[in-house]
Design a protein around this ligand. Sequence first.
Ligand SMILES: *Cc1c(COP(=O)(O)O)cnc(C)c1O
Length: 351
Amino acid sequence: MKFIKRTQLKERPSDLQFGKHFTDYMFMMKYHDGGWDYENACIKPYEPFVLDPSTSVFHYGQAVFEGLKAYRNEKGEVRLFRPMDNMNRMNESCWRLCIPQFDAKFVHDALVELVKTEKDWIPTAPGTSLYIRPFVIATDEALGVHSSRNYIMAIILSPVGAYYAHGFDPVRLYVEEHYKRACKGGTGHHKVAGNYAASILAADEAEKRGYDQTLWLDAAENKYMEEVGSMNIFFVINGKVVTPMLGGSILPGITRKSTIALLKARGYDVEERLVSVDEVVSAAENGTLNEIFGTGTAAVVSPVGGFGYKGKDYTVGDGKLGKITKYVYDELTGIQTGVKPDEFGWVEEII
Ligand SMILES: *Cc1c(COP(=O)(O)O)cnc(C)c1O
């Protein structure tokens, strides 16, 4: 891997707002002349791209991304959580958008090298981490709609503060009946930039109504729970954990599958199946809706305090942090930071 040194390092930020500050270096690799240019892939100073206004990603949105975190403890050890899963998922997202697939191991190793280079940027306070954002954009300079012949892959790093700096704050969800994020056969199963572009209007409207995030229903029947903004969703109904099964329109979260594996290994019943909004509403009405929580890399686990549907508001459990929600949060973050043993082999200790 090539390395281009910076002459002057950045000043370290005093606040760690999510995704606002970036480290000194980035990874970059180009695709041209029919192949990924592994030879000229490099770690180089973080800097703007210079792109022609006709560059295809600006017009047709051929772009995919990933998100994962590196954790550093006081001993200076640095850990990644299931990074190969992110690499493989990004390759599948590329496939869906006709972006040429890449050597996942090569990019994984580049990511590790970049994080090692920037290890001093990783905050160590509890709950803090280094957010890692790999992405690929199409860079043909032409307006025709076709799969591009040129791409840029990059990885950027952002130190982030504790998600729950002020304690667990339950979120309120708005069950969206009108707008759709994804349908079977579409791109919802993949981490595609355009999925987010399509979801912002609903998120804005939910926020205006006083909710934190959108809870999406399926596009075909407008009946089944799918997922939340950038999180998968779990329900605890009558003591049993249920989560919508993946069916082509739900993003297969790595936190989601880790949560399912963890709970099953610890003796919980977890069902992956269709979960209708009616089922959850009746559970809320008859007092058997114990907990709802979201899972995703950014928050790891996010407690849901209530939701709105058809003009009515429902409270989850007693409105306090649920037992299983807290358990999954403690166990997963414990494994990620090395405080708890990694019995599943999920963690890569890179330093
Ligand atoms: C990234 C993402 C998730 C969560 O996936 P993780 O791998 O757990 O971070 C859930 N839903 C959507 C739409 C996402 O983009």
